[in-house]
Design a protein around this ligand. Structure first.
Ligand code: SAH
Ligand code: SF4
Length: 347
């Protein structure tokens, strides 16, 4: 098995090169090449000596997953399906905003958390993505933007809200974050790179220490009883511990933690639950993002009415907490929150 250099951070690439008896700056050169969407082999890396390129081809690869699915929504959202080297398929979603694009990145094929309202959860866990497979989503999205002539606006924001629980694939996630935010490479801003988690407390604390980026926490319920029914896998982390980890999470000046709350009709959308939610969030700098449930025949919930959603939002706002309602994009192509399942990998 040849090593895929996309799995390496800049420091690791430098070490890899010195290990071959080459100067460390060769690692930096390769690192920069790997940020270009068209690069798939060493032959194009013209600032490396020919002999080194030949040697690298023998022991390493820079292969990318294959783009096997492109679905375009009427609202401009695109769902991209990537076939990985072992045949698994993973999806990511490119979302147009006014002056930029946001990419919703996946970290696992499937998910082990088993949230009752999420299709990815229903498919179960298949495997973690490697660092390179996470980073490659950005490159294939950029390639898609070029091909479709929509590269007038930059791909500027990353949200780790695709398939899988990012913090359950912690090592590969952190390496991917280091690669994607490195000033000598992709150079995404850390404040524009958001990791969404269901609340794995030890990993939340580890991320805070090791490589803090913007954080979103999927809360979905104001009490432990309801929460553990909706998100069975997080029973071992009570809300109190999750909120304490949020309180301790390092934030830049003016920044807030995003609290995600899927609104399920008759389950977690009562006015008293909005008030309770505000109470438990007191003292933590948050903005609440309400996500009206995206229905699917296999999921046993209903989306609340618009007035019900607005009432929930208004209660939170009236307590002085920022609350927005997420407009789910890409519903018509199964690209909205909770709809990613990668049909291709099931066939
Ligand atoms: N595993 C991480 C990140 C991926 S899910 C997490 O759960 O935070 C991204 C967001 O989509 C989560 O907030 C999740 O609760 C939400 N989501 C899942 N299924 C949904 C559905 N059917 N309708 C609306 N939002 C959903
Ligand atoms: Fe996994 Fe997030 Fe879906 Fe829950 S909502 S099953 S954590 S992907």
């Amino acid at each position: 098995m040849r090593i895929n250099l996309r799995d390496l951070t800049l420091e690791e690439l430098e070490e890899f090169m010195t290990g071959l008896g080459e100067p460390a700056y060769r690692g930096r050169q390769v690192f920069r090449w790997l940020t270009r969407p068209e690069v798939e082999d060493f032959s194009v890396m013209t600032d490396l000596p020919k002999s080194l390129r030949a040697r690298l081809s023998g022991i390493a690869t820079v292969a990318l997953p294959q783009l096997v699915e492109r679905k375009l929504s009427t609202d401009g959202t695109a769902k991209l399906g990537l076939r990985l080297s072992d045949g698994e398929v993973v999806e990511c979603v490119l979302i147009p905003e006014r002056d930029h694009f946001t990419l919703c990145v996946s970290t696992q094929v499937g998910c082990a958390m088993g949230c009752r309202f999420c299709l990815t959860g229903r498919m179960g866990f298949r495997r973690n993505l490697s660092t390179g497979e996470i980073v490659s989503q950005v490159l294939l999205a950029r390639r898609f933007m070029e091909e479709s002539g929509i590269d007038d606006r930059p791909l500027r924001n990353l949200v780790f809200m695709g398939m899988g629980e990012p913090l359950a694939n912690y090592r590969h996630l952190v390496k991917a974050l280091k690669i994607l935010t490195h000033p000598q490479g992709f150079h995404f801003a850390r404040k524009r790179t958001t990791v969404s988690t269901v609340g794995l407390v030890p990993q939340m604390r580890a991320l805070a220490e090791e490589f803090p980026v913007a954080l979103a926490i999927s809360l979905h319920a104001p009490d432990n009883d309801l929460r553990s029914r909706l998100i069975p896998a997080t029973r071992r982390y009570p809300l109190e511990e999750i909120l304490a980890a949020c309180r301790d999470y390092p934030l830049r000046r003016g920044a807030r933690i995003t609290v995600e709350y899927v609104l399920l009709s008759g389950v977690n959308d009562h006015p008293w639950q909005a008030r309770r939610l505000v109470e438990i969030l007191r003292g933590i700098p948050v903005k609440v993002n309400l996500i009206p449930f995206n229905p699917h025949p296999e999921l046993p919930f209903k989306r609340p009415s618009e007035s019900r959603v607005r009432r929930f939002q208004e209660i939170i706002l009236s307590e002085g907490v920022v609350a927005t309602v997420r407009k789910s994009k890409g519903l018509d192509i199964g690209a909205a929150c909770g709809q990613l399942r990668a049909e291709l990998s099931l066939s």
